[in-house]
Design a protein around this ligand. Structure first.
Ligand SMILES: Nc1ncnc2c1ncn2[C@@H]1O[C@H](COP(=O)(O)OP(=O)(O)O)[C@@H](O)[C@H]1O
Ligand SMILES: [Mg+2]
Length: 502
């Protein structure tokens, strides 16, 4: 972000006045409208700014107001204490920093009405502490200058996160993982007037319940494998269905409906294994309550790809497609993991297929809105590209990990503006078009030997600065710890990143 020389509107206007050319009328009107918005905004924060004049407006190079400055003689109408302090001497809100706290105090929101572009650089709390969130934080850093702090708050501790929003008067949140969203973090924040990039609990049900999502796909005719769902106690019916399907020559996949940390899908090789899988989930409860409901669906064949979109509740802005690799060893061998690597763009999503997938994502966002489940955040579609066209395997309600680590470096537009625009419910107002860079990105996950089984923790990690120094390379951290003795693995970190701008 650059500012006008001298930084204020008056200087810019003076320089224009000296030039021979006249300022075009629409520019004049635009400036006036911005100034009025500035006045309206400051007043909407219950602050009477007695010195709103051109020299207190800071512009960026595109002549948009980025900051309303000089609160030296501002008065906080609602707070008599503040006025008392003024009489004694210097009011604490004289500094823009203190003002910022007032502006974004939760009860002064909603902020959807904030019309000034980048009024002031805003802090944001990134929830989560894995590689995905590191990539998010690094990308957000491309916005104005920031300080980054780790807060020792568990990423699923909704109460503590909401308390941090209030205590620190944080203007908005960017949520990485699904667990806090499914636990209602976005709802709790929105109830306090704090915008959140991440869906409400109702909208996140798209990930949290495969039974719900399959019924939703069916209702809105979104392409997916044919299926049946069964509830606890209905396992006999499920077994009968399995036998009938295999009898008719069809193969099945057995899924626990609830959240099972990416392990709740069983891929049987025979009718016996399929029946065994049903019993494991429904009777032996190997996935606990996640298996209270069961989805049995037809086996699909094809290449898989992750197609994500930024959603503000109305529009899905599709990202480039990515592919991740789940098995731990080379050549697609070994047990499944949380993801050992990813790359983007994925060429399997050809130009012919893109419009189809884009339409599915857009229709999903519209259908969710129609269901009263407005979807804000990253809508992650897992697609199988079958010979009959792309089919939805599932939706996740957040960025993929490690797909994020390859997608964000390819993002050309400003992630801060995109996510905030979505959280405010109007992406286009901030970012009319989400742009991507040409080229490709790939990431490889390094894990201790033994992962995803048992593996040693606390191993020293070396060579990071050397790797980071290579042109085009960026190392993202997940489950690492830095202390006096150096960098070491922890086998999973859970902190939350506070990005402080300005
Ligand atoms: N109908 C299906 N046909 C073939 N493979 C499937 C099917 N459903 C799921 N899978 C495989 O199982 C993986 C996990 O399934 P998914 O529905 O994405 O659940 P989750 O990610 O929650 O474990 C998919 O990435 C895919 O490889
Ligand atoms: Mg999946």
């Amino acid at each position: 972000m650059e500012y006008c020389a001298g930084g204020d509107l008056r200087i810019w206007l003076d320089s224009l006045a000296q030039a021979s050319e006249r300022l075009p009328e629409d520019s004049v009107l635009h400036l006036f409208s911005q100034m009025l918005k500035g006045v309206e905004y400051v007043h909407s924060c219950h602050i009477l700014h007695r010195d709103l004049k051109t020299s207190n407006m800071l512009l960026d190079v595109d002549h948009r107001i980025v900051k309303v400055g000089d609160f030296g003689i501002a008065r906080v109408l609602e707070s008599t204490t503040a006025v008392a302090v003024t009489m004694l001497g210097t009011p604490y809100y004289m500094s823009p920093e203190a003002f910022r706290l007032f502006v974004f105090a939760p009860h002064f929101l909603p902020f959807a009405s904030v019309a000034i572009d980048r009024t002031v650089a805003m802090d944001v709390l990134v929830v989560g502490g894995g590689g995905r969130e590191h990539a998010i934080a690094v990308k957000l850093r491309e916005s104005p200058k920031e300080r980054m702090t780790n807060l020792p708050i568990g990423d699923s501790d909704v109460a503590a996160l909401v308390a941090a929003a209030e205590e620190r008067r944080l203007p908005w949140f960017f949520v990485g993982p699904e667990a806090p969203l499914c636990a209602g973090l976005a709802d709790a924040l929105n109830a306090k007037g704090v915008p959140c990039f991440g869906p409400s609990k109702l909208a996140a049900e798209l990930e949290a319940s495969k039974a719900f999502s399959k019924d939703f796909f069916a209702k809105y005719k979104l392409p997916t494998a044919s299926y049946r769902t069964f509830k606890t106690g209905e396992h006999e019916a499920a077994l009968k269905y399995v036998e009938e399907e295999y009898g008719a020559g069809r193969e099945l996949v057995v899924k626990a409906s609830g959240l099972a940390a990416g392990k709740g899908v069983l891929m049987p090789q025979s009718v016996e294994e399929a029946k065994e899988a049903v019993k494991e989930v429904m009777v032996n409860k190997v996935f606990g309550a996640a298996g209270d409901e069961l989805v049995v669906e037809q086996l699909l064949v094809g290449e898989e790809c992750s197609c994500m979109a930024f959603s503000d509740g109305q529009t899905a802005a599709m990202m480039v497609a990515a592919q991740d690799h789940k098995r731990v060893d080379d050549n697609d061998q070994g047990p499944n993991t949380g993801g050992m690597g990813a790359y983007a763009p994925a060429p399997c999503l050809t130009d012919d297929l893109k419009p189809f997938v884009k339409e599915v994502l857009q229709r999903t966002v519209e259908a969710l809105a129609a269901e009263g489940r407005k979807y804000v955040g990253v809508l992650y579609g897992g697609f199988m590209l079958t010979k009959d066209g792309p089919m939805l395997l599932e939706y996740n309600c957040r960025f993929g990990d490690p797909e994020t680590q390859v997608l964000l470096p390819l993002l050309d537009s400003d992630l801060f503006e995109i996510a905030l625009g979505c959280a405010e419910g109007n992406l286009k107002a901030r970012v009319p078009e989400v742009r991507w860079k040409p080229g490709a990105a790939a990431t490889v996950v390094c894990a201790a030997k033994g992962y995803p089984g048992s593996y040693p923790k606390g191993l020293p990690i070396t060579g990071i600065p050397e790797a980071d120094a290579v042109e085009g390379v960026k190392v993202y951290h997940a489950g690492t710890k830095q202390d006096a003795s150096g960098l070491a693995s922890t086998g999973g970190g859970k902190t939350t990143i506070l990005m402080q701008y300005g």
